[in-house]
Design a protein around this ligand. Structure first.
Ligand SMILES: Nc1ncnc2c1ncn2[C@@H]1O[C@H](COP(=O)(O)OP(=O)(O)OP(=O)(O)O)[C@@H](O)[C@H]1O
Ligand SMILES: O=P(O)(O)OC[C@H]1O[C@H](OP(=O)(O)OP(=O)(O)O)[C@H](O)[C@@H]1O
Length: 212
């Protein structure tokens, strides 16, 4: 049978995932010396790692061309639910927050507010739950610019250390939810290759706790 294929969010989550695999004892030298290669073997061809952008990890897992994926809860909340989320990996910790200019009251007044965000679905759900009607503008990155430039009243974005907000005169108005990296699995793969997938997830879980 061909080896399991895991889609891995490249960038921030990549290093922590590789560190976790190495803790289990898998040889990750191909991933660490990847050059521009995007599909790489791990261990003794135990599985293959596919390096992809966060939202694409979900697309590949949902379509079943990858059996598993490592992706942030932020991306899951924004982009999808057609898969199983089997494990909180405990790294990539940050949170979603509503943030805006320091010392400026956001929830007062009657005028409709404008929100800039890279996560329009998350922002829409958040304000729907509050019964607030807001205008949402999608921004692709450095979302903190939007209120500084006068495009929006506030932002919904990821906050980790808080320094990006602080250095730009912004502050958290309200925390929305915690985020961390998750292991996701294609539904059909979980049926067909249950034992293999469960064994890998268990090993990742134990390595995460430092007991492997
Ligand atoms: N400070 C942080 N900022 C953004 N994401 C973070 C942070 N800390 C942890 N993460 C997690 O890392 C994941 C990947 O972030 P990364 O910055 O590598 O990619 P991205 O910002 O989604 O995409 P891009 O490649 O466009 O920068 C996020 O989806 C989130 O789950
Ligand atoms: O609280 P902090 O530790 O400052 O981290 C939060 C910042 O990091 C992320 O941006 P990223 O670096 O991914 O760039 P981007 O905004 O262009 O996506 C996020 O969108 C915030 O801007």
């Amino acid at each position: 049978m061909k080896s399991l294929r895991i889609a891995l969010t490249k960038g921030r989550l990549e290093k922590d995932t590789v560190a976790l695999f190495e803790k289990i004892g898998f040889d990750c030298s191909a991933v660490k010396n990847k050059g521009r290669k995007l599909i790489l073997p791990v261990g003794d061809n135990q599985f293959e790692v596919v390096l992809a952008k966060a939202a694409d990890v979900i697309t590949y897992v949902e379509h079943g061309v990858c059996d598993l994926g490592v992706v942030g809860k932020d991306t899951i909340l924004e982009h999808g639910s057609g898969f199983y989320e089997v494990l909180d990996l405990g790294f990539g910790k940050c949170k979603f927050a509503l943030a805006g200019p320091k010392n400026k009251e956001f929830f007062s007044g009657y005028s409709s507010k404008t929100i800039a965000t890279k996560y329009p679905n998350v922002a829409r759900n958040y304000f729907e739950n509050k019964g607030m009607d807001v205008r949402i503008i999608k921004i692709e990155g450095s979302v903190e610019l939007a209120p500084l430039l006068g495009l929006s009243d506030a932002i919904v974005d990821i906050v980790e250390t808080g320094s990006t907000l602080k250095e730009n005169g912004l502050e958290v108005i309200e925390s929305i939810c915690n985020i961390s990296a998750r292991l996701i699995v294609n539904a059909a793969s979980l049926k067909i290759r249950k034992a293999e997938i469960e064994s890998l997830a268990e090993r990742m879980d134990r390595a995460k706790e430092g007991t492997e």
